[in-house]
Design a protein. Structure first.
Length: 180
């Protein structure tokens, strides 16, 4: 079920109905009641689509523009596509990326010996993805990061690697979006 983008138009000035509050409270109650009775009817007749997503058994198919937590793109040999240039680290407004670069004999010359992202500080802004010249760091569709402690929120290179296949939809979206 792809997500729907809703554009909210805000009026600059409140009308009489907004200033009186009460009419809008009744509008709100009407909307809530409409959803309640529609879902209740769906339940009675067994129409599953009228319900909200039964998370975690069901997962939402987020739109391609959705930004989950950033991950690293892996090459076919399992190594990161990243060349440790540090641009994402520099662009990150919360300083949650830490890269330790190292030289390599391979054609790409540099690679990240360590690449950590502290997800407890990441705000999913996507600036690292925009800054990367190699399409090596990409916003995934994953948002499930809840833990009881902070330590597991520090993700290392091995935790961040994903194949291009897994990130295909986001990579296609990026190419289209950033080409504009
Ligand atoms: S999404 Fe934003 S905050 Fe998170 S690592 Fe990337 S640049 Fe930093
Ligand atoms: S910007 Fe891209 S290539 Fe450069 S260090 Fe970050 S992930 Fe690696």
């Amino acid at each position: 079920m792809p997500g729907k983008v809703v554009r909210v138009r805000r009026r600059e000035r409140l009308g009489l109905a907004q200033r009186l509050y009460l009419p809008n409270i009744f509008v709100g109650l009407y909307v809530t009641a409409r959803h309640f009775f529609r879902n209740l009817w769906g339940y009675i007749v067994g129409r599953k689509r009228t319900f909200v997503v039964q998370y975690p058994e069901e997962q939402v198919d987020y739109p391609d523009a959705f930004r989950g937590h950033p991950v690293l793109v892996a090459l076919e040999n399992g190594e990161p596509k990243c060349v440790a240039c540090g641009l994402c680290e520099f662009a990150c407004p919360t300083d949650c990326i830490t890269i330790i670069p190292e030289e390599t004999d391979a054609a790409i010359e540099r690679y990240p010996r360590e690449f950590d992202i502290d997800m407890s500080r990441c705000m999913f802004c996507g600036l690292c993805e925009e800054a990367c010249p190699e399409e090596a760091i990409v916003m995934s569709r994953s948002v499930e990061l809840a833990t009881y402690e902070r330590e597991p929120m520090l993700l290392h290179k091995k935790d961040l690697l994903r194949t291009e296949e897994q990130l295909g939809r986001r990579i296609d979206y990026m190419r289209e979006e950033y080409a504009r």
